[in-house]
Design a binder for this molecule. Structure first.
Ligand code: OGA
Ligand code: ZN
Ligand code: ZN
Length: 526
């Protein structure tokens, strides 16, 4: 048996592999606690229930139960942002000041990832500052050239870069595997105006996409022919073989290596050599089109940062007597994407803040406090009791299911169980670990549990709470009590329940949402 949610059909092994219960995934890190071969070979779905918000699956042969948010099951696959799918074309060169970059790196990281590069202006021109800039984009990639390299005229140049010659559009270090994915060039001294040394960038993804549209056969040849690049000096002998246009397994452009200086002879049958050179020239012709090239001039304090798997860089010739001096270094895109994701991780807390300010202002089930004040008061009590961050967060968020669920708190008061504890836990599960979501999920069960095990508990409940108890199933029977007590977060759920019951006093001290922001940020998982 498989499980179907709308158009989607999921096999048992997929569902089990993605179970996030505390037995299957570590509540703190979210990491899976089993290997794929640890799952029963004859795993099957014994039963599945879809309540419109949550899908509950019971597996055979071991009886394991997993719950999934329906929305989460239906989420589309995340696209590979490193391919052409994640890119923006033709936007020009994004330029930011050094102070703006230092205040907030988001725009620069985003421009580097999606547009291929960013120009920072006003960077201090002190020696080795390019390394500080690189650290704002992740980690410096040290190579045989050192942590940084100097680009200036040398007496015995080992590289064309150390002369005054023109350098045609190219990517750097194609002889490395993995290639450095980010390059920085920081201008300390420019050649005098009018003596050359201007810069250029060409979007290699845009050029490759044009080649695919104009000459698909040539595109296929370049994507399918490995070219060996090599760099050798007395201490170094680097080589790597890669196609000029690298594709992902689905055929999307993912990398361009273009550097005739370091390409080694292609060894292949005559017909392949002819086809390769025809395609190579056609691609070079597209790369040389003036409308694909961004021309600009680096002045002292400018630092150009670009995606070396995508953007080809170039410079015009300059008079060798000029003291032109750049410092460059390499870094990598994975850290850039990671930093950007972390910077954007703030959003869930903003979403929650909006929820408290908006829907949270509604009445709380006929009590004298609003939904928001009720939850803030529960969190205030949890914090005063010295609860850990995860439990303070759970107290703060325990009733979000009333605000986000398909069925409202008003429906609950009209006699329909809105299963708000489950709906809330599922909704929060996209951001928070089980240590937050399980106490939320169990806080209604905890009321039914306490009614069963504490003789005077029911008498202390508010009238509204006694009413909803009936809708939610009444006090637990002995079997349910045992099951509840065996839940990994039973004790936390009971503690949360007591704060919940006490958080209905309009006169009690209540911290505001801003006070709890740092707590939420500390426990966010994704
Ligand atoms: C290089 C290079 C560009 C420049 O050193 O690889 O492309 O502007 N330099 O000198
Ligand atoms: Zn270069
Ligand atoms: Zn509550």
């Amino acid at each position: 048996m498989t499980v179907s949610v709308d158009h989607l059909t999921l096999p048992a092994v997929w569902l089990r592999d993605n179970c996030r219960c505390p037995e299957c995934a570590d509540p703190r890190s979210g990491q899976k606690l089993f290997g794929i071969a640890d799952l029963p070979a004859d795993l099957a779905v014994a039963a599945a229930h879809d309540d419109g918000t949550t899908v509950t699956v019971t597996f055979a042969p071991d009886g394991h139960v997993s719950t999934f948010a329906r929305d989460w099951l239906l989420a589309p696959a995340a696209p590979d942002e490193r391919t052409e799918d994640g890119k923006e074309f033709g936007a020009g060169l994004t330029t930011l000041s050094w102070p703006d970059f230092r205040a907030d790196r988001t725009a620069a990281l985003d421009a580097l990832l999606r547009r291929g590069g960013v120009l920072l202006r006003g960077v201090p021109t002190a020696d080795r500052t390019v390394l500080d800039v690189a650290r704002g984009f992740g980690y410096v990639r040290e190579t045989n050239y050192g942590t940084l390299f100097e680009v200036r005229v040398e007496e015995n140049p080992t590289n064309l870069a150390f002369t005054g010659r023109e350098i045609a559009p190219h990517t750097d270090n194609p002889y490395r595997d993995p290639v450095p994915t980010v390059q920085l060039l920081h201008c300390l001294v420019a050649a005098p105006e009018g003596t050359g040394g201007d810069s250029g960038l060409v979007d290699g993804f845009a050029a490759a996409a044009l080649l695919r549209a104009e000459d698909p056969a040539a595109f296929a040849v370049l994507a399918g022919t490995p070219v060996t690049f090599r760099y050798a000096d007395p201490d170094t002998d680097l080589s790597a073989s890669r196609p000029l246009i690298g594709l992902d397994p689905r055929g999307r452009i993912r990398e361009v290596r273009f550097n005739n200086r370091s390409a080694r002879p292609l060894r292949a049958p005559h017909a392949e050599l002819v086809a390769f050179y025809a395609a190579y020239r056609t691609f070079a012709g597209i790369i040389a089109r003036p409308d694909l090239r961004l021309d600009f001039r680096l002045v002292p304090g400018d630092c150009l940062v670009f995606d070396n798997t995508r953007m080809l860089h170039a410079r015009t010739a300059f008079t060798e007597s000029a003291a032109r001096h750049l410092q460059g270094c390499y870094a990598d895109l994975d850290a850039v994407a990671s930093d950007l994701a972390v910077l954007r991780r703030r959003t869930p807390v903003d979403t929650l803040a909006d929820l408290f300010a908006g829907a949270g202002a509604a009445d709380y089930l006929g009590e004298d406090v609003t939904q928001a004040v009720h939850m803030l008061q529960a969190a205030t009590l949890a914090e005063a009791a010295g609860a850990p961050d995860t439990l303070v967060a759970a107290a703060l968020l325990h009733d979000v299911g009333h605000l986000t669920g398909a069925v409202s708190g008003a429906d609950l008061m009209a006699g329909t169980d809105n299963r708000h504890s489950h709906a809330g836990a599922d909704w929060l599960g996209r951001w928070f670990p089980v240590a937050v979501t399980d106490p939320v999920r169990l806080h209604v069960a905890a009321k039914r549990y306490l009614c069963a095990v504490e003789p005077d508990y029911l008498g202390r409940l508010s009238a509204a709470s006694v009413y909803t108890l009936g809708v939610q199933g009444g006090p637990m029977g002995p079997g349910e009590v045992a099951d509840f007590a065996a839940e990994p977060y039973a004790a936390e759920a009971v503690a949360l329940r007591r704060w919940d019951d006490a958080a209905k006093d309009p006169a009690a001290p209540t911290r505001d949402f801003a006070h709890f922001r740092p707590v939420l940020e500390r426990v966010l998982r994704f």
